[in-house]
Write a protein that binds this ligand. Structure first.
Ligand SMILES: Nc1ncnc2c1ncn2[C@@H]1O[C@H](COP(=O)(O)OP(=O)(O)OP(=O)(O)O)[C@@H](O)[C@H]1O
Length: 246
């Protein structure tokens, strides 16, 4: 089976810091990949290269059979690669429902000053996305008034409105109280499962990684040093010592 994402020989340095060190990587449809690594290991740089926010100095990225190396982020999104951010990127003056409507309309390039927003998109899709992430009761709330956990859910909902094949999430549980992290991840993972979206998420909480990932890749100094099942990688002595700090 053709990998959904494939990178070959990716390199990128910031001055003397090697943020991506010859990364060969494959992700297959249906996987739930957790990426772990200390701060500064290169996890976000790798996401930024794959999503078009950074150009690699060398190497290639393919997504769903397309060469997307150096392609603009909005074009990569249109091919079906969604992304949610460590700090949710919401339309802060709009309601939760409008944020999802705007995301859906942007994907179809249907935003227009001459047509009401709701007339440009399929309202059933918007309502089912609200329901899917448990935000129906918050649909009329202004997005900036939401607590952090719901802001994260809205960020995911906006990505899902674009009907992605893959969703990459940079620290989906950061800034969320530890007692709320599992509920948040459960909701997100159920939503992704229902929409048959492959996922890859950066996560520092080992319990979350062990519970929700089918595969774990560990980063050190811009390179993948371990890649396998959660049991294998989380028990690897080097990873315990250098990544998990045990
Ligand atoms: N735009 C940039 N300019 C200069 N250095 C950068 C830039 N972006 C990242 N770096 C450096 O590259 C290295 C990798 O950073 P990156 O953000 O990818 O790490 P990370 O694993 O995502 O860390 P964190 O867990 O803190 O988000 C770090 O040393 C960082 O300081």
């Amino acid at each position: 089976m053709q990998p959904l994402v494939k990178t070959t020989g990716l390199n990128l340095a910031f001055g003397a810091v090697i943020a991506a060190n010859n990364i060969d990587f494959e992700l297959h449809t249906g996987e739930r990949l957790a990426v772990i690594g200390q701060n500064g290991a290169g996890k976000t740089t790798f996401i930024n290269i794959c999503t078009g926010y950074l150009k690699p100095a060398s190497g290639t990225v393919t997504f769903d059979g397309h060469d997307i190396t150096g392609m603009a982020p909005r074009k990569i999104v249109r091919l079906g690669m969604g992304r949610s951010f460590q700090l949710p990127q919401l339309f802060t003056e709009h309601t939760v429902r409008e944020c999802i409507q705007i995301a859906a309309a942007r994907q179809n390039a249907r935003l227009s000053a001459f047509k009401p927003l709701a007339a440009t998109i399929n309202s059933n899709d918007v309502e089912s996305t609200l329901e899917l992430v448990g935000l129906r009761d918050d649909a009329n709330a202004i997005s900036s008034d939401l607590p952090e956990g719901k802001r994260k859910l809205l960020d995911v909902a906006m990505a899902l409105a674009l009907k992605p094949k893959l969703l990459i999430m940079d620290e989906p549980t950061s800034g969320v109280a530890s007692e709320d992290k599992h509920d948040l991840m459960q909701t997100v993972m159920n939503a992704l499962e229902q929409r048959k979206v492959t996922s890859w998420f950066v996560e520092h909480d080992v319990d979350i990684v062990a519970q929700y990932a089918t595969r774990v890749a560990a980063w050190i100094n811009g390179a993948i040093v371990a890649d396998g099942t959660p049991d294998e990688v989380l028990a690897n002595p080097q990873i315990k010592r250098e990544v998990l700090g045990n």
